[in-house]
Design a binder for this molecule. Structure first.
Ligand code: PGA
Length: 249
């Protein structure tokens, strides 16, 4: 049985007091859920968030990390530093990291290796741009993003990998992939994994959808057989909306 996961990516939003308020709101609403629930505050708020949520079933995860253990990388954060404040899972390859910080598949492969070497779980993000979809190249682009960053791994590594398909044209735009578009791509992603690693691995990896998921569309998207949850940006900044999405399972 694949894990169902709903993860809130808070991006560069919320200072410490706003983070504390949002966490209080989440704690007052948290209930048993069929899905694993995660939130990703910004680096400076990871530790207070971890402390505030450690007695709940909400996991605190990071939005990014560097591949090196330590050293002269001004402004960067290592896996060890994340683990030191209680973080066990990291989002890698978000399209905003790829677009604004020039993160390439090759760099992401190194980050994935570093996270796994530190026994962390990775939520690996990828997705095509609008031009790719318009030209019918979405599967080629997505297939290459997965192969380039992940296909050097042993099959056993996939127990610590969650995939997140996020079409760039749907992130923060209010435009969502239709449930059918999401399902078609998720099925393609699973087949890509199966062709390389076999059905057992492919069927065990959770594949999340991200891109303008809201309370109004979550249930239909999550009802698709290959959609195992969501990576939620904007709607995760509101506790009511976030839990409405969590409860869409
Ligand atoms: P969005 O962001 O829900 O605001 O579209 C999703 C994401 O970037 O993970």
């Amino acid at each position: 049985m694949r894990k169902q996961i709903v993860a809130g990516n808070w991006k560069m939003n919320n200072d410490l007091s706003q983070t504390e308020s949002l966490i209080d709101a989440l704690k007052s609403k948290a209930q048993t859920s069929n899905a694993e629930v995660m939130v990703a505050p910004t680096f400076t708020n990871l530790y207070p968030a971890f402390e505030a949520l450690k007695t709940t079933n909400i996991e605190v995860v990071a939005q990014n990390m560097h591949f090196a253990e330590n050293g002269a990388y001004t402004g960067e954060i290592s896996a060890n530093m994340l683990k030191g404040v209680g973080v066990q899972t990291v989002i890698l390859g978000h399209s905003e990291r790829r677009e604004y910080f020039n993160e390439t598949d090759e760099l992401l492969a190194k980050k994935v290796d570093a996270a796994l070497a530190n026994n962390m779980r990775v939520i690996f993000c990828f997705g095509e741009e609008l031009a790719d979809r318009k030209s019918g190249n979405e599967e080629t682009v997505v297939g290459n993003q997965i192969k380039n960053a992940l296909f050097h791994l042993e099959s056993s590594a996939f127990k610590n990998i969650v995939l997140a398909y996020e079409p760039v044209w749907a992130i923060g735009t209010g435009e969502t992939a239709s449930p059918e578009q999401a399902q078609d791509m998720h099925a393609f992603i699973r087949k890509t994994l199966a062709d390389k690693y076999g059905n057992d691995v492919a069927n065990s990896v959770s594949i999340l959808y991200g891109g303008s998921v809201k309370p109004a569309n979550a249930e239909e998207i999550f009802s698709k057989p290959d959609v195992d949850g969501g990576l939620i940006g904007g709607a995760s900044l509101n506790a009511d909306d976030f839990f409405a999405i969590v409860n869409a399972f």
